[in-house]
Design a protein around this ligand. Structure first.
Ligand SMILES: *[C@@H]1O[C@H](CO)[C@@H](O)[C@H](O)[C@H]1NC(C)=O
Length: 620
């Protein structure tokens, strides 16, 4: 009897499988994904059972398991796990011996991608110090602001950033900050050389007692994000979050035999959390690049036998726009992991560079929900999965982009966007999906909280991202809301730019927004300004001002002069119409200017310049 039943079942299996596949072609991918989620949670829970286990402890485990394996390769230098460990001990010992620093003090790191960044972070982790990862493109007021929100007592800066440090030195000295520069000797009073001290320091291990005060809730790093208003905010990444972050690469099948190409900035989440912290877990080798370079990308991949690359949308677009080569498919890259690749670029990338698995995901530094497009559907950033949704209750709610606020029903609650419609991603704040917020900035933290979403008194995280879910349950990114736009992989806060523009003598008001340019990801900055009464628009003065206050990606490329800056009913600056009108001198009657680095000025935007931008012969 049983025999018959069993053989009938076996015979029926292909039919069942076929039916299931018809019903849901992604069932198998869904099941595998749930398996991954469960595995990550179990591992996390297992580690949390121990009294202390932090990301640093995983690194220390690796130095025992695979001491001689290369961990970081930078240009022609190779650092094994053991040598990385020893060098970071030297940095830690040098710091510990330095007057003005006590173990546990917050420290700000102001460094481009280089091995010293990694050594110093590990050293500070060993000393139990939270670390503020400063964006090395920022200067003056922004730099000081970012430094201050971390409450750091020490600034450690790369040699090449000496001038930027000198700009803010008087303020730092006033606050009694210890300023260390990665040089052998320094003649600027108030800045101390640090490399010489590191070279002389002992490489003895740092006693655990120095970090005994750390808990899972302690801040581990501060990562800066541009907010909807004002200056950048320091998102607090606590130890707990770093522990979860360990899983990101391993969950995507990366192992110790992989070689990771890390060309994104280490001061951002993608580079630091995914590339660096992720590799600590897997024990992979990191090929560290100072900067992304489209022309060196594949040569590097071949030279170092890279198997996994990281990307943002811009990286993929730049790679696809390089001239085609015969050896485009000649490499060992099997996985690209990142965020922001457009569907058409994704197809082109696969077509041109071969069979590379693209793992597109969505996450934000401070947010409490993330997605990964585990089913590999081109163009999507993730997929609705019921287990994931139980763990992280999120929803897309209707949003009014004109008024820049969520739409609420008569009962005062939000309204879920129907399938296929665009809505704002919000995610319930819970114990397993916490929102830690921003350092020294309760006001901005509160702005990211959304209350009374589906029930009176409930509490959600407002991602600020508009998304859409299609009928097959795939999730697509649509746009950012409010006062930020992305350019060259960086968020630009429009209010920060407009504050800086109106500091000039000749401008009265500035309404800043981003406009799309054919062939480019994101939006480039544009400002509609009014000129002060009796003043003249002075292109070169504004240029000098903008260049000294703003990093390149945040500088408004186009300026449009208006008689008045229009306001909405709620006194917000009108942007939607300006964004639509773009920067076409054929459509706009107002005087238009373009930032020109060659003339070091804002010069009139002619129809000829406009068309050379549209056709791509002028690079932005
Ligand atoms: C890359 O792989 C090739 C072939 O397996 C090997 O000969 C070469 O030494 C490797 N290069 C590096 C930098 O590991």
């Amino acid at each position: 009897m049983w025999i018959y039943l069993c053989s009938a079942l076996v015979a029926a299996l292909p039919l069942v499988a076929f039916t299931v596949k018809r019903l849901s072609p992604y069932l198998w991918a869904d099941i595998l994904y749930i398996g991954d989620l469960v595995r990550i949670l179990l591992k996390f829970a297992w580690r949390r059972r121990r009294s202390v286990f932090f990301a640093l402890d995983r690194f220390l485990e690796q130095t025992v398991t695979r001491p001689d394996k290369p961990f970081v390769v930078f240009e022609n230098d190779v650092y094994t796990f053991a040598s990385t460990d020893r060098t970071s001990n030297r940095v830690a010992n040098a710091l510990l011996a330095h007057p003005g620093y006590t173990a546990g003090d917050a420290v700000a790191l102001f460094m481009p991608n280089e091995p010293a960044f990694i050594f110093t972070w590990l050293a500070l982790a060993k000393l139990g110090s939270p670390v503020a990862l400063l964006n090395y493109n920022i200067r003056t007021k922004s730099l000081l602001h970012c430094f201050n929100c971390s409450k750091a007592r020490v600034l450690i800066a790369a040699a090449g950033l000496k001038e930027a440090v000198e700009d803010v030195l008087p303020s730092l000295q006033e606050q009694g900050v210890l300023v260390l520069l990665m040089v052998q000797s320094c003649d600027t009073p108030g800045i101390q050389s640090f490399s010489d001290k590191v070279d002389q320091a002992s490489d003895a291990a740092i006693p655990c007692s120095l970090r005994a005060h750390i808990t899972y809730k302690s801040p581990a790093v501060y990562i800066y994000t541009s907010g909807t208003t004002g200056l950048p905010k320091a998102a607090v990444v606590n130890q707990n979050r770093l522990l979860i972050a360990l899983a990101v690469l391993s969950a995507n099948g990366v192992s110790s035999s992989d070689v990771i190409y890390l060309n994104l900035p280490l001061y951002h989440t993608a580079g630091f959390i995914i590339g660096f912290i992720g590799s600590i877990e897997t024990g992979s080798t990191i090929i560290l690049k100072r900067k992304f370079s489209a022309s060196q990308f594949w040569d590097d991949c071949r030279k170092y036998n890279v198997t996994v690359v990281q990307y943002i949308g811009e990286v993929m677009r730049y790679l696809c726009s390089t001239p085609k080569k015969e050896n485009d498919k000649d490499h060992q890259v099997r996985l690209a992991i990142g965020n922001g690749i457009r569907g058409e670029i994704w197809r082109e990338f696969l077509d041109r560079f071969g069979n590379i698995q693209v793992k597109e995901f969505y996450a934000s530094t401070e947010g409490n929900v993330g997605f990964v497009n585990y089913a590999g559907k081109i163009g999507a950033l993730g997929r609705v999965n019921f287990v994931h949704r139980i763990l992280f209750p999120y929803s897309l709610v209707k949003y009014d982009t004109e008024r820049d606020e969520v739409i609420r029903g008569a009962d005062g609650l939000c309204i879920e966007a129907p399938k296929g419609d665009t809505g704002l991603l919000v995610s319930k704040i819970t114990n397993i999906a916490p929102f830690v917020g921003y350092a020294q900035n309760e006001d901005q933290t509160e702005r990211k909280r959304l209350r009374d979403v589906f029930k009176k008194g409930d509490l959600y995280f407002n991602s600020g991202d508009l998304m859409r879910i299609d009928k097959d349950n795939f999730i697509y990114f649509q746009d950012r809301v409010g006062d930020t736009f992305r350019w060259k992989g960086e968020n630009v806060a429009t209010t920060e730019v407009s504050d800086i523009l109106t500091l000039t003598d000749c401008l009265k008001e500035a309404n800043v927004y981003g406009v799309q340019v054919p062939g480019h990801e994101g939006r480039i900055g544009m400002a509609a300004v009014t000129v002060k009464e009796g003043a003249q628009f002075d292109g070169s003065k504004i240029y000098n001002h903008v260049v000294s206050y703003l990093p390149a990606y945040a500088r408004p490329r186009f300026i449009r002069i208006k008689d008045v800056v229009e306001l909405t009913g709620t006194f917000k600056q009108m942007k939607v119409k300006l964004v639509e009108e773009n920067f076409d001198p054929g459509r706009i009657q107002d005087p238009l200017y373009i930032l020109d680095d060659k003339h070091k000025s804002y010069i009139p935007l002619t129809a000829q310049i406009h068309s050379s931008i549209i056709t791509g012969s002028t690079k932005l």
